[in-house]
Write a protein that binds this ligand. Structure first.
Ligand code: ZN
Ligand code: ZN
Length: 328
């Protein structure tokens, strides 16, 4: 099979390789990949900003495909099923985090496209317990961004509770999905982008954001919550300064540059600052049910698998509207 591989930590580029398709072991399925989303986390892995990827590594954790072969003991899926494979690839099922509904924090968790070979390839194997059937209303291409931008974005969105006025910093793949969910739930979305990124601001308004501006600008009203998708530490005090008392600020990315020190008054009055890590299978079940109800429409830019480096570089430069998706 063809695949794009990271062979050296922080290499910044992937190399095309030709290798045998992997064989599913007990409890695993072999999936023929039809689409794989390009996530900012892939960029952090390729650029060496996340520690200890399992090298050599095939990235990609927004995988859509069809089950081609079953390992022994797989009873929940059949050959031909259309499935999605997300970032969460394995958890121990026995630790305190796993036993209390927080498998996203399992210390033994393994992640697709990081410790497990992912979907920048024609085939992938996955533990059948972490594979999901998909709503019929999405094409393979449209479904890919749901698997991480959608799922982990949704987990971040849940952390803002009932907040009515929600700021979103960084208007990429996750933001474009969550804006639709928030608008559907009669909330107000305030979109913050890089200064001068009029295209992203227009895009946000077209999806129903009531306001869009630069991340250093004051929104027209105090916010109840903010979600930060951009990996930019200085946005933390910025967002805290825009939320009211008891406001919640969620850092939704796996990587962020250092957060500068800030005065305690920005946190005072029971403002909450928290991060969101990974996803649980329950998040996936909930979101894959919710998305077609909204219905969330994903905007995708298609790239051939062999153009993965080009897709990553376009994302690196903030030039993707919606989500980039690779097809073999
Ligand atoms: Zn565990
Ligand atoms: Zn991701």
């Amino acid at each position: 099979m063809r695949a794009m591989m990271l062979s050296r930590a922080g290499a910044g580029v992937l190399e095309p390789v030709e290798r045998d398709a992997p064989s599913p072991r007990d409890g695993e399925v072999l999936v023929r990949v039809s689409a794989c989303g390009v996530c900012r986390t892939d960029l952090h892995v390729v650029d060496g900003e996340l520690p200890n990827p399992s090298l050599p590594l095939i990235p990609g954790h927004e995988i859509i495909g069809r089950v081609e072969r079953l390992g022994t003991g797989v009873t929940t899926l059949t050959v031909g099923d259309r499935v999605g494979i997300p970032w969460l690839g394995y958890t121990c099922g026995k630790c305190m985090q796993c036993l209390t509904g927080r498998e996203n924090l399992c210390p033994f968790a393994r992640f697709t496209g990081y410790q497990i070979d992912g979907g920048y390839a024609e085939h992938v194997v996955a533990d059948a317990r972490y594979v999901f059937r998909l709503p019929d209303s999405y094409s393979d291409l449209e479904a890919a961004p749901l698997m991480c931008a959608g799922l982990i974005g949704y987990r971040a969105y849940k952390m803002v509770g009932e907040s009515k006025r929600v700021g979103i910093y960084g208007f990429g793949a996750a933001a474009h999905i969550l804006t639709q969910v928030a608008v559907h739930q009669a909330r107000e979305v305030f979109a913050f982008t890089s200064r001068g990124d009029n295209e992203a601001q227009d895009f946000a308004r077209s999806l129903g954001a009531v306001w869009a501006g630069a991340s250093t600008e004051a929104p027209p009203t105090e916010l109840d919550a903010a979600i930060i998708f951009a990996p930019v530490g200085p946005l933390v005090p910025e967002a805290l300064s825009r939320v009211g008392p008891a406001g919640i600020v969620v850092c939704a990315g796996i990587y962020m540059t250092d957060i500068p020190s800030f005065p305690y008054r920005l946190l005072w009055q029971e403002r909450v600052l928290r991060s969101v890590a990974n996803l649980t299978r329950q998040d996936a079940i909930e979101f894959l049910q919710l998305a077609p109800e909204v219905p969330v429409k994903t905007h995708v830019e298609r790239y051939d698998l062999s153009d993965a480096n080009h897709a990553l570089d376009t994302l690196r430069r903030g030039r993707i509207r919606g989500a980039a998706v690779l097809t073999p």
